[in-house]
Design a binder for this molecule. Structure first.
Ligand SMILES: [Mn+2]
Length: 413
């Protein structure tokens, strides 16, 4: 055996929903998006077979949490069966979302699948492939220890692959999950370290002993934009790993910014929005685009754009015609300074007082009492808003303030 080809994926979060989409152009699309994580998983299995990979390595968070029912595990097992029929080995570790203590149900997996121990770092060698796999899964949701320190030494003469679910130091917003440094990984001198947890694809070490996050398979909300998929990794003993990315997502998130600077009418702005949506849609191929549309710049149409309902409805209908699903439409457009109907000093005073309100929530609580009494429970139940939550109140107050100032700043049209 001269080389080993693996496919590295992570953070599949199987059967988790895509977030932030309240309305769909059609029911077919809604159904397609509900099953997005499964379709992406099927794409992954197809990739492994098509690329003739020897092994699939899954670096944690295969599941999003404990299964609602056995269907999630059964689906995964069926995918593993397909790989078994093709003679592909699978090595996987549990992450924080599917830690041993979190997932309480189990289905039998075929013999080609090795789930690495959660008690201690483990090494599995596959003689006919010339491969040594090292890994340890999460026993519980929060693992503060640097797991990699106790990973087994490399086996000379074999291709060594480490699997780890980790927040490598410097991965902002990901603290506390089996933290380690890039140097800790490099010191193991494994031909490749397959990392999971951080959903953005990133090569961590690329000097000689390569370590990388594959990112997740399918973006799940508007902050997971761009192509998502897996890494095909070609390995040989003591050689530097060669990585190539393969997109596997079935729907793609994007942030579409429309610069309305200088546009004179709201119709011109919406023409611009339609053009930008078409451009972005063209980059995603067959996949539906799920987009947040943000309008920026200085335009005389800023006042009209501050009508949130009109903005959202208009952008949604434009988007439907382009095959784009809009998560949110936001206007950050500013009116040209001249022609303001309200004195700047007054506007400043209103803004200042409003900001003070968002700091001191006593009065906001008072104002929110009435709606909370009348339909607060309804809002909470439907998962829309919790009017008792200070963050929510703060956000609503800030939005109302922006709207008020926007409305007062512009000519009414
Ligand atoms: Mn994770």
């Amino acid at each position: 055996m001269t080389g080993v080809r693996i496919v590295h994926a992570a953070d599949i979060h199987l059967d988790s929903p895509l977030r932030g989409l309240s309305r769909f152009a059609d029911e077919d699309l809604a159904q397609q998006l509900r099953l997005a994580s499964r379709r992406a998983m099927e794409n992954l299995v197809r990739l492994v077979v098509d690329k003739g990979a020897h092994a699939l390595v899954l670096a944690g968070d295969i599941y999003d949490g404990d299964w609602k029912d056995y269907a999630t595990g059964q689906f995964f097992a069926r995918q593993m069966d397909v790989l078994d029929q093709h003679g592909v080995r699978v090595f996987m570790v549990a992450g924080n979302h599917d830690a041993a203590s979190v997932v309480t149900r189990a289905v039998p997996l075929p013999d080609n699948v090795t789930v690495m121990s959660t008690d201690e770092a483990q090494r599995v060698t596959v003689d006919d492939l010339g491969l040594a796999v090292h890994g340890q899964g999460f026993a519980s949701k929060a693992v503060d220890d640097n797991l990699v320190l106790s990973y087994p030494d490399r086996v000379d003469g074999l291709v060594n692959v480490g699997i780890l679910h980790t927040a490598v130091s410097g991965a902002e917003g990901h603290a506390k999950y089996a933290p380690c440094s890039p140097a800790d990984l490099e010191r193991k001198a494994y031909e490749y370290f397959a990392l999971g947890h951080v959903h953005t694809r990133r090569v961590v070490n690329q000097n000689h002993w390569v370590a990388a996050f594959s990112g997740n398979l399918q973006g799940r909300h508007v902050n997971e934009t761009g192509p998502k998929g897996a890494l095909v990794v070609d390995l040989a003993v003591e050689q530097k790993a060669v990585l190539s990315f393969e997109p596997l997502d079935v729907a793609r998130w994007g942030k579409v910014e429309v610069d309305a600077t200088g546009l004179r009418s709201v119709d011109d702005v919406f023409d611009s929005v339609a053009r930008r949506l078409a451009e972005e849609r063209a980059t995603t191929g067959d996949r539906p685009l799920l987009a947040r549309v943000t309008i920026t710049g200085e335009t005389a149409a800023a006042g009209a754009l501050s009508d949130r309902v009109r903005l959202t409805e208009t952008v949604r209908s434009l988007a439907e015609r382009t095959g784009v699903t809009v998560e949110r439409a936001v206007s950050q457009a500013r009116a040209p300074q001249t022609g303001s109907r309200v004195e700047d000093r007054l506007l400043d005073a209103i803004r200042r007082r409003g900001l003070e309100l968002t700091e001191d929530l006593g009065l906001v609580h008072e104002v929110a009492k009435l709606p909370n009494r009348d339909f607060g429970l309804e809002l909470r139940r439907s998962g829309l808003l919790d009017l008792r939550d200070e963050d929510v109140l703060r956000r609503i107050t800030a939005t109302a303030l922006d709207d008020l100032v926007a409305k007062m700043s512009f000519e009414v049209n």
